[in-house]
Design a protein around this ligand. Structure first.
Ligand SMILES: [Zn+2]
Ligand SMILES: [Zn+2]
Length: 106
């Protein structure tokens, strides 16, 4: 399988590292640190529609204190139907979407 991809965020096409993980290929961009799953035919996990749009979700971690800091971002796909509100918000702000499950106090 050939790994011809370029980073959906910065367009890097050389400084990329692909990794096979349980049958999926995870690609990491060495330039902007974006991590995404190389899915040839992304589909909505809820309605199985292929009418999805790529978006970036923030990878958040809790640093000392209670500040949440954005470490990186990964590529997710938003369904035009199921994630319509999220998608239009994302397209308006063009900033990474905060994950639904934020790290909690340990
Ligand atoms: Zn990149
Ligand atoms: Zn859907």
């Amino acid at each position: 399988m050939e790994l011809i991809v370029c980073c959906p965020r910065c367009g890097e096409d050389e400084n990329l590292h692909g990794e096979m993980e349980m049958g999926d290929i995870t690609v990491h961009c060495g330039s902007c640190n974006l991590i995404w799953l190389r899915d040839l035919q992304p589909r909505c996990s809820r309605c199985d529609s292929s009418d999805v749009r790529p978006a970036h979700e923030a990878i958040v971690s809790k640093s000392r204190g209670s500040q949440l800091s954005i470490q990186s971002a990964r590529l997710i796909y938003l369904c035009q139907k199921c994630d319509a509100a999220k998608l239009s918000h994302y397209q308006m702000t063009n900033s990474p979407i905060m994950p639904e499950n934020l790290p909690t106090e340990q």
